[in-house]
Ligand binder design. Structure first.
Ligand SMILES: [Zn+2]
Length: 412
């Protein structure tokens, strides 16, 4: 989550003072920040903040156990695998479709850049197309999870969980050689927030932000980007750490990538080192309208990013899911803001993937748009935006041919 503070500065409204709060007790089975012994932590959250939404739609599957049960029940064409275990001891599951790259290259990713040909890293089937989507790197951001669950439903049954058909997704999935979908990268952070769907609170984002970035026992938010000043976080302090960190207190979007890595990060590095994806879509929540950020990555990938941005944003615009319905305006990559060095940059420099953050609006409050009006993105629209994002990113990959075509290597 990001930018909500910027977009809505001066609009903080605290709910009527809440003098009582719920204490959540977590037994952390994994490493503590000091890496020593399991610890029990008590987190305090104002009771009102833990109010589930009334009438949660059947398509809204977001909790860790619900998602696991959904995968077990639904995935037949694909294969579910545990790709790693969180700091808190929870399995991280991915769904795989298609056949992985076969054979091995002869050099490292960096070596192949120096040599000037990705074939030396990727091996004989370097030109296969591999798409990866991952959600809930931050546990309080549910939209990407629900979107991915619905995407898996479309791939498996032709319909999302609302019964809506997505023929363009079905068509493009057949054209991409390999899909890897990870609905919950950070199960520790997701489980820390004991809600399936937050209550909608108009334009007040205090509760959403508290659950995401934490706050004190009285309900005052820590806020973004202040939450990033301390990594790992000290869980022995009072209040609530939010859904950003794993159980070792680390926000893996900003892990110590070249040093003491967290198990979630290591799982992603191992997976992407094996699979060598072309595109990775890293789904977050924290925008007024869905928005893709330009990553810190190899400069040679920027033209591919511009094209990807056009594919995704022009279609979102056409479908009324951007500030402008004009695909030219909505799809202008000059609108993309550039992120800082983070997980996506690390994944790019690790395996060559174009890895991008996509920020969704939140189901729990309305962002205020450029006209000063609520953006009005209903849960239905949020799921449409998620599915369109995957559809268009896969279409981009299938139609442009992936990294081996974007940056053709030396002639042999
Ligand atoms: Zn996030």
């Amino acid at each position: 989550m990001k930018n909500i503070m910027e977009q809505k500065s001066g609009r903080l409204i605290y709910p009527i003072l809440l003098f009582f709060s719920l204490t959540l007790v977590f037994n952390l089975n994994g490493q503590t920040p000091a890496g020593t012994k399991p610890a029990i932590h008590k987190f305090q959250i104002p009771a009102d903040y833990l109010k589930e939404a009334a009438n949660i739609p059947a398509y809204w599957i977001s909790a860790y156990d619900e998602v696991n049960a959904f995968l077990l029940k639904t995935v037949k064409k694909g294969k579910v695998e545990v790709i790693g275990t969180s700091a808190g001891g929870r399995p991280i599951r991915a769904v795989f479709y298609g056949k992985a790259r076969q054979g091995k290259g002869t050099t490292t990713f960096s070596g192949s850049l120096g040599y000037g040909d990705m074939r030396a890293y990727r091996g004989p089937d370097h030109d296969k197309t591999v798409y990866m989507g991952m959600a809930s790197v931050h546990g309080g951001e549910f939209e990407g999870i629900v979107g991915m669950v619905n995407l898996i439903s479309v791939i498996e049954t032709g319909k999302d969980l609302r019964g809506k058909e997505w023929p363009e997704i079905t068509a493009v999935v057949a054209k991409v050689d390999r899909l890897i979908l990870i609905p919950i990268v950070n199960p520790d952070g997701r489980v820390r927030i004991p809600l399936r769907m937050e209550t909608f609170r108009d334009t007040d984002f205090t509760v959403a932000e508290f659950l995401n970035t934490g706050g004190n026992a009285e309900g005052k938010i820590t806020g973004w980007p202040q939450i990033k000043e301390f990594i790992p976080m000290d869980f022995s302090k009072p209040g609530f750490p939010g859904g950003y960190p794993n159980d070792a207190g680390v926000n893996v979007q900003h892990d110590d990538f070249f040093g003491n890595r967290q198990p979630e990060t290591q799982a992603l590095l191992d997976l992407t080192g094996r699979e060598k994806p072309d595109v990775i879509i890293n789904l977050h929540t924290g925008a007024v309208y869905m928005r893709m950020d330009r990553p810190i990555c190899e400069p040679a990938l920027h033209p591919a990013f511009d094209t990807l941005f056009r594919y995704v944003h022009s279609e979102l615009g056409r479908k009324g899911l951007q500030y402008s319905k004009d695909p030219q305006i909505a799809g202008d990559p000059a609108l993309a803001s550039t992120g800082v060095f983070n997980l996506d940059g690390a994944l790019n420099f690790h395996c060559g993937a174009l890895s991008v953050v996509v920020e969704s609006p939140s189901h729990s409050f309305d962002g205020v748009n450029e006209d000063g009006k609520p953006a009005g993105q209903s849960p239905d629209m949020l799921i449409d935006a998620q599915l369109i994002c995957h559809q268009q990113a896969m279409k981009f990959l299938a139609e442009t041919g992936g990294r081996s075509k974007w940056l053709p290597g030396r002639k042999k």
